[in-house]
Design a binder for this molecule. Structure first.
Ligand SMILES: [Zn+2]
Length: 315
């Protein structure tokens, strides 16, 4: 039986799955990362891969891909910047090939998730797809004519770092100012909630029992329910910037479907509703008529499935 192996490297876990030709997950495995050093992480990924393969009955592997958050050096298999693990220039594909004796293709995690949704999830049946995930950051991928749009230096379609504010805008994790992610990403929303508590009276202080470090985007939804003005101010700005940006992205790319996903959109339903509403209000009419807005269907498995399908083929 033909099978494909997908790996997914998160900030705390290594996962592996075996996927068949009908895009069904036959078996999977999850292992906690014990150490952030590249060699140790590659050991854990290989361990997860062997376990998933064993659970699937050790099928013949046709291809293998590994999804990684961060910036990759084209198709060289090198992680240039891996923000979750503090990595710089790690030749992860080679480290995995040494351990698994299989050709491995590294892919960006958002692109892997988009590819998984296209072939096995909410994007099935269309060739022009946009995927927007709002989690700790803002990630996106554009698929046009059935192909991932990559661009001249491999960063096309990623709209988390488009500028939505001028040079005085909020500082982003990428080092620049005024990025969309610096207003609407989960890390930034938590930071803005902490700033709101420090600035004056707000229901957020009681919601986190005075523990600023415990504030997370879910508290934003709770505070909105209490009609808290400070939370509303954070929300209104993030919602406006995100919904305008998504609507503009739809206008530019003219997809048949827009797939929304990520922890922040599921834990802050008001933000998801604002994005859906924004697409109706701000997208140019011709593009608006063509697009259907749907939720991601594969959840945490999208990256694993997509990595398997995008994997380097063996033999
Ligand atoms: Zn940025």
């Amino acid at each position: 039986m033909a099978a494909w192996l997908g790996l997914d490297l998160g900030g705390t876990n290594a996962r592996a799955a075996v996927v068949d030709g009908a895009v069904r997950m036959l078996a999977s495995s999850r292992q906690p990362l014990r150490d952030r050093a590249p060699e140790a992480v590659a050991d854990v990924l290989a361990e997860a891969a062997r376990e998933a393969l064993q659970r699937a009955g050790n099928p013949e592997v046709q291809g293998c891909g590994a999804a990684v958050a961060g910036q990759l050096a084209g198709d060289t298999g090198v992680v240039v910047v891996g923000p979750n693990l503090g990595w710089r220039d790690v030749p992860l594909a080679r480290l995995l090939e040494d351990r698994l004796r299989l050709p491995i293709r590294l892919v960006n995690d958002l692109r892997a998730a988009a590819w998984g949704e296209l072939h096995g999830g909410a994007g099935r049946g269309v060739a022009d797809l946009l995927v927007v995930f709002v989690g700790s950051g803002v990630g996106s991928c554009a698929i046009a004519g059935g192909r991932i749009v990559t661009g001249a230096s491999n960063v096309a379609g990623e709209f988390g770092h488009i500028k939505v504010a001028g040079p005085e805008g909020r500082r982003c994790g990428c080092g620049e100012r005024g990025c969309l992610e610096a207003y609407a990403g989960g890390h930034s929303l938590s930071a803005q909630l902490r700033e709101a508590v420090q600035a004056g009276p707000t229901a957020l202080a009681a919601l986190c029992a005075g523990e600023l470090g415990a504030l997370h985007p879910g508290h934003l939804e709770q505070a909105l329910g209490l009609k808290d003005p400070a939370a509303a101010a954070v929300f209104d700005r993030a919602a406006e910037m995100l919904s305008l940006a998504v609507a503009n992205y739809v206008t530019v790319m003219n997809p048949a479907r827009l797939v929304l996903g990520g922890g922040v959109l599921s834990n802050v339903p008001s933000l998801r509703a604002a994005v859906v509403d924004g697409v109706q209000r701000f997208t140019n009419a011709n593009a608006r008529k063509a697009v259907q807005v749907v939720d991601a269907a594969l959840g945490d498995d999208a990256g694993l499935v997509g990595a398997a399908l995008l994997g380097a083929t063996s033999g």
